[in-house]
Design a protein around this ligand. Structure first.
Ligand code: ZN
Length: 266
């Protein structure tokens, strides 16, 4: 649906599913191709040596910060921590993003801040520029975004696992999509209409939470298709390429704001 949404009138997505035999036609729902976009695929959507925007990292000091943690309850006071390590990242495209590192990370705080900084340096400008800060906690939980606050939360041991699996840049991309685009697009009339017409989801995760996870789940495939189609599985790539040839309006002239920015920067 994102292609339809991006190109305004074409859905590559449904044709991709038809082409690889997943979509059975008629009023049935297709089965998702993957469990989720990042951790359960072997696809390296974003490569470690892909171009990235230069940045400098400045250690601001220790401050009291609001540090939401999925392991704690919703008590307001529990969200605030003292002695949070604050790092300011200034990217050469003018974007400034802070990293707030839990005091539990101690001397590793700068290392995790740099991991986040490196991954954000590969984001399209339109995504990075919407981020205000990143919260880094100690532990192994999956990342989540707080789109209204303009930030996402990651956990140190999970960063290590995702780095080892070559998944961390993709994790940051996914969370950045939540922050930058979810409020405006995930429940918009156009997106929900495209969803309805497609009757298929790229991942089970998107299918389970269609009004929240479908946008970031599909965006990773969409941006990769536009910029580096060869990184997608051959069969998926073939179908996308075929559809793209059939529908010139999905080519560069038809990119919407997300597609255009992915094309430039992913
Ligand atoms: Zn998500």
């Amino acid at each position: 649906m994102i292609f339809k949404y991006i190109a305004r009138n074409i859905s590559i997505r449904i044709l991709m599913l038809i082409g690889i035999g997943v979509f059975a036609g008629g009023p049935m729902f297709a089965r998702p191709l993957f469990k989720n976009s990042v951790a359960s695929t072997e696809i390296d959507f974003i490569h470690t040596d892909d171009p990235s925007v230069a940045f400098r990292m400045n250690e601001v000091g220790r401050e009291r910060k609001e540090m939401p943690d999925k392991r704690s309850g919703d008590g307001d006071d529990a969200l605030f921590l003292e002695n949070v390590g604050v790092f300011e990242l200034t990217y050469s495209d003018g974007t400034i993003v802070e990293v707030w590192a839990s005091p539990q990370l101690e001397s590793s705080a700068a290392l995790y801040a740099r991991h986040c900084a490196d991954a954000m340096a590969k984001l399209p400008h339109a995504l990075r520029s919407q981020l205000k800060h990143v919260v880094v906690h100690f532990g192994n939980e999956s990342a989540f975004a707080e789109e209204r606050g303009g930030f996402f939360v990651v956990y140190s041991e999970n960063i290590e696992i995702r780095l080892a699996n070559n998944d961390f840049e993709e994790t940051v991309f996914h969370e950045a999509i939540h922050v930058a685009l979810e409020a405006e697009h995930a429940r918009s009339e156009g997106w929900l209409q495209a969803q309805k017409e497609d009757r298929a989801f790229i991942t089970q995760y998107a299918e389970q939470q269609p009004k929240k996870e479908d946008l970031p789940e599909f965006a990773l495939f969409a941006c990769t298709y536009f910029k580096h189609p060869e990184r997608l599985p051959q069969r998926v790539q073939d179908e996308l390429a075929q559809k793209n040839a059939q529908s010139p309006e999905v080519s560069s002239a038809g990119y919407g704001h997300l597609g255009a920015d992915c094309k430039v920067a992913l």
